[in-house]
Write a protein that binds this ligand. Structure first.
Ligand code: NAD
Ligand code: UDP
Ligand code: UDP
Length: 308
């Protein structure tokens, strides 16, 4: 089962699982996605798609759960912040209850946002983070922190087979063109010849992982023995400023868009880069795609989508 399976990352996991011969139940309420991400898979004999909000109980029989349901882009998770927290907390309780009853393994797509605006750089899994509990990002950050707590308490109380992945910024085909994240925004703007919107002075950094690499990492984590619970950082440790990203997108699209600066949103982390030593050791995993190559694939996707 893939919760959030119609979303950007979830649709790639679903596709990969089907390719490997698994039967896949996709559970999604389309809060931050559309059916478009799955249309190419709907004729597959091994897929079943269910519209369902994970904040409500769900009784199905499954043996492995990728629990991804949760809006991930700041504009989507801030649109209905109470629902975002409910999705992480009530949604995780329900999926953990389901995993407990069915004895399924369950993987949580947690996030680098549990580190908040980090004071330790690069971020290691033993860093407890610097999160504002009452800011506009808290519904997402604290929701995921509580989801992690629930996962580890179900492990301690019920010995559940849990896997917690802390995902760092991931990009690729099937991001929503209007979801406001930096990679999709810059590409959509560049292709349309509209101004590239850099928030703040653009010196803030992120480390971008191509979706195929991320899916490899999540699947390797799911395949580990019962002892391996994480949390494990999954991301690409190569760090870029937003100015560098904008320049690369302009170069690769050949766009003549101008750069425009907009106010920096509240609590926007100044820098972010994963330490992936644990993933290398426990999973034998590291990302392969360079930003340039991954962006080319993503630009091709958005070009096709917009008909440019
Ligand atoms: P996305 O918004 O494309 O996908 C999330 C999916 O969850 C969507 O299809 C959405 O409709 C669904 N969803 C939301 N609330 C739901 C609910 N209550 N019930 C059922 N479905 C619901 O985002 P994504 O980038 O694919 O992110 C997937 C997961 O990975 C999320 O949990 C996110 O927090 C995590 N993550 C992503 C990134 C990233 O850079 N993409 C980074 C860190 C963590
Ligand atoms: N739950 C679910 N599907 C299941 C089993 C449980 O959605 O197959 C939900 C149910 O709503 C429950 C929650 O998961 O409240 C937590 O389940 P658990 O067994 O841990 O707790 P309890 O049922 O004792 O509250
Ligand atoms: N950002 C930007 N222009 C945009 C969208 C985002 O400069 O059009 C910045 C944003 O302020 C942040 C970084 O890019 O510093 C990454 O933003 P995103 O929303 O993609 O992810 P997150 O902040 O959750 O890492």
């Amino acid at each position: 089962m893939v919760t959030g399976g119609a979303g950007f990352i979830g649709s790639h996991i679903t596709e990969r699982l089907l390719d490997q011969g698994h039967e896949v139940l996709v559970v999604d309420n389309y809060y931050s996605s559309t059916r478009r991400n799955l249309t190419h898979l709907l004729d597959h004999p091994n897929i079943e798609v269910m519209r369902h909000d994970v904040t409500f109980p769900l009784y199905v029989e499954v043996d492995e759960i990728y629990h991804l349901a949760c809006p991930a882009s700041p504009i989507f998770y801030q649109r209905d912040p109470v629902q975002t927290t409910k999705t992480s907390v009530h949604g995780s309780i329900n999926m953990l209850g389901l995993a407990k009853r069915t004895k399924a393994k369950i993987l949580l797509s947690s996030t680098s946002e549990v580190y908040g605006d980090p004071q330790v750089h690069p971020q290691t899994e033993d860093y407890w983070g610097n999160v504002n509990p009452i800011g506009i990002r808290s519904c997402y950050d604290e929701g995921k922190r509580c989801a992690e707590t629930l996962f580890f308490d179900y492990r301690r109380q019920h010995d559940l087979g849990i896997k917690v992945a802390r995902i760092f910024n991931t990009y690729g085909p099937r991001m929503q063109p209007d979801d406001g994240r930096v990679v999709s925004n810059f590409i959509v703007q560049a292709l349309a010849g509209e101004p590239i919107t850099i928030y703040g002075d653009g010196s803030q950094t992120r480390s971008f992982c191509y979706v195929d690499d991320l899916v490899d990492g999540l699947m390797a984590l799911m395949a580990t023995d019962h002892e391996v619970t994480g949390p494990i950082n999954i991301g690409n440790p190569v760090e870029f400023t937003m100015i560098e990203l904008a320049e690369l997108v302009l170069e690769l699209t050949g766009s003549s868009s101008q750069i425009e600066h907009r106010p920096l949103p509240q609590d926007d982390p100044a820098r972010r880069r994963p330490d992936i030593s644990r993933a290398r050791e426990a999973l034998g995993w590291e990302p392969k795609a360079q930003l340039r190559t991954g962006l080319e694939q993503t630009i091709a996707y958005f070009s096709e989508l917009s008909g440019t």
